[in-house]
Structures are given as C-alpha cells and as structure tokens.
Design a protein around this ligand. Structure first.
Ligand code: NAD
Length: 299
C-alpha cells in the first residue's frame, strides 16, 4: 500500500480521498477549510498543515482544486508541492482547469524530476462517492501507467487522452458538447409544449430516433420520462449551472488560444451566463429549461 498526499478535500476531493483510505492506502490530507479536514480525519486520514507538508515523503500526490490559479499556487508556489516533494514523486491533478495552466504546471513538475498527469473527471459527487468516476488523463505513458492503479480506486473508466493537458482538453470538449446539447434538448421540449406535443411522446420518439442524446435519455430536462433526472426534484443539482458555465468558459478560452471556431459553444456559454446571473448558479444545469420557457414570454 502506498503513501499518498491529497490536497483539496471538498465536495469531490473528500470522497475521493476516502476511497483511497478504504483501499488501504495511508493518506495525508490538506484543505483550507477545517471542517473538510476534520471529516477526512474522522474517516481515518492524517491531517497535514500545508500543501508542502502534504507532498513530502509520499509516493503520489492527488489534488482536487477549484481552478487553474489554485493549482498553480499549490504546485508552483513557494513551499508548494513541486518544491517539497521527493524527486520522482507522482503528481495527479484531478481539478478541472485551463489547458495552459495544466501544461505549465506539468512542465514545472517534470523539469523538477517528478512525473505528472492531469486527470480531470466526470461523474460528479455521486461518482466520487461510489468510486465510479471517469478520468480523462493527459501525460507521458510512464506517468499514466503509474497513475492508473490509484485512479482505478477512485474511478471506473480511465482513459489516456495523450500528452500533458490533453485530459483537460478532453474534458472541456466533452462538456462543450454536453452544454450545447442540453440547451437544444430543452428548447425542443419547450417548442413541443407550445405545439401541443406531449413531452412523453417527444421523449418516446426522439429517444429512439436521430435526436437521441445523453441529455435526453439519461438526464431528461422535463419531469417524467427519466425518474432519476434532476427535473423530477425541481432541478436540485446534480451538476450546477455554475459548473457548466465554468467548463464552457474554459472551452471558449481554449478555443480563442488556438483559433478554433466554436459559435454554438460561445452561445451556450452566453446562455449559461445569463442563467447563472438570474440567480440560478446553484441550480442543476438542466434547469435552464425554465429560463428558455420564460424568455419569449418576457420579450
Ligand atoms: P469544492 O470547492 O467543494 O472543493 C475544492 C476544495 O479545494 C475546497 O475545499 C477548497 O477549500 C480547497 N482549496 C482551494 N484552494 C486550496 C489551497 N490553496 N490549498 C488547499 N486547499 C484548497 O469543489 P469540488 O466540487 O470538489 O470541485 C473540485 C474540482 O472538481 C473543480 O475543478 C471542479 O470543476 C471539478 N469537478 C467538480 C464536479 C462536481 O460535480 N462537483 C464534477 C466534475 C469536476
């Protein structure tokens, strides 16, 4: 069993670290929020006082932080992970961050003699708790092979997407598809309502026709057809609109950086920004159907 450091014990990181503990690893953890550290200690983890202390004398370090600036600070800041870790330590950043930060941090880690992968996830808090996350991994082959056994404890599908930053690239491309697809699925249900077409009928037809999508058949934005979807519990998240906006903005930032044309992705970001600004940031992202339903009435 390995010695692991874990930084960022929030909604996702907390249960991920607990799964490493349950698998028998010795885990030290650090977070800025005392209650999160306490939960981790109650589950059998050991508290560390700083990011550097968490990274010292471990085989691997895992981070699950909000955004690129936090990852940069934790890894490359003074007394941070890269400086404090023993040479050759494996570093796994599972935060969803911008591709440029992911590549910069990985380069700094490799230049300092460590191995690093970016390994953002999909699957949400439920997947983190159940250990069924999908990991999209970027990094050298050897680093991926070293990371895989740890990722398999926390997830079910572990996909090597290529070199450093490619895990983040895969994540934002996927979520750009998801955001746009959710919006147009909502638009279709609103249009059907106005045309007098029953939601269940549209579902029955489109779920086996060419309009079929994950947003329709797994996460249907109207109550009824998929009983487990957030629409059945007044759009309680799930995956919040704020998180979808974050990922869509990361996709736009990346598209600008490499001159990629993403007009529908840009429109999806604008619509999720409007939805978040309306006070719905913490509502499930499928709740955007309410804004779309109201938009025409308000005009
Ligand atoms: P969260 O805010 O609950 O957790 C982040 C944690 O990082 C917090 O506890 C915070 O205190 C800690 N932190 C921030 N700066 C730190 C520092 N310098 N040192 C130590 N700890 C620090 O967020 P979350 O929901 O767990 O999400 C984490 C990451 O996972 C994000 O990048 C998010 O986009 C991604 N993600 C989240 C979900 C989800 O459903 N929640 C799904 C997929 C991906």
């Amino acid at each position: 069993m390995a010695n692991i450091g874990f930084i960022g014990l929030g909604n996702m990181g907390g249960p991920m670290a607990q799964n490493l503990l349950k698998a028998g690893h010795a885990v030290k953890g650090f977070d800025l929020v005392a209650e999160s550290v306490q939960r981790f200690v109650d589950a059998g983890g050991r508290a560390a006082a700083t990011a550097g202390e968490t990274a010292a004398d471990v085989d691997a370090i895992v981070t699950m932080l909000p955004a690129g600036k936090h990852a940069r600070a934790v890894y490359t800041g003074e007394g941070g992970v890269i400086a404090a870790a023993a040479p050759g330590t494996l570093m796994i950043d599972s935060s969803t961050i911008d591709v440029v930060s992911a590549r910069d941090v990985a380069k700094a880690a490799v230049d300092a003699g460590h191995a690093m992968v970016d390994a953002p996830v999909s699957g949400g808090v439920g997947g983190a708790e159940a250990g069924t996350l999908t990991f999209m991994v970027g990094g050298e082959d050897a680093a991926f092979e070293r990371a895989k056994p740890y990722l398999e404890v926390m997830g079910k599908n572990i996909v090597h997407a290529g070199g450093a930053g490619n895990g983040q690239a895969a994540k934002i491309c996927n979520n750009m598809m998801l955001g746009a697809e959710m919006i147009v699925t909502c638009e279709a249900f609103v249009l059907a309502e106005k045309l007098g077409l029953d939601a269940q009928k549209l579902f029955d037809i489109s779920s086996t026709a060419s309009g079929q999508s994950w947003s329709l058949t797994t996460y249907c934005p109207v109550p009824g057809p998929i009983p487990t979807s957030p629409a059945n519990r007044d759009y309680q998240a799930g995956f919040t609109a704020a998180m979808m906006l974050k990922d869509l903005l990361l996709a736009q930032e990346a598209a600008d950086a490499v001159d990629a044309s993403t007009p529908i992705g840009a429109e999806a970001a604008a619509l999720y920004r409007a939805y978040c600004d309306s006070g719905a940031a913490e509502v499930d992202f499928s709740g955007i159907i309410k804004m779309l339903r109201d938009m025409r009435e308000g005009s």
